[in-house]
Design a protein around this ligand. Sequence first.
Ligand SMILES: [Zn+2]
Length: 103
Amino acid sequence: MIDPPSNIRAHQAEQVLEITWPDGAADRLPYRALRAECPCASCQDEWTGERIIQVEHVREDIKLEGLEMVGTYAIQPTWSDGHSTGIYTWELLRKAAADLPKP
Ligand SMILES: [Zn+2]
């Protein structure tokens, strides 16, 4: 289990979700990449894990319309394309950050 972040900030102008972890590490996740990582069944095949939504399919001007906590283990974003069924666990967020190209 990964401990919940100590802070989550949405930078709307930059389209970046900044997540600070209890160990002090901070991840900056671009909305577009994050939207493409959506783990729900309509964005990713449940059985094969194959991605249905790719980053090229996500609008460049994607915004975050809302962010709900799911218990203490995940967040559920509402995107400006109307999609809100993805539940992003801390594990997924850390993995997504690790997989991003470093600036
Ligand atoms: Zn999805």
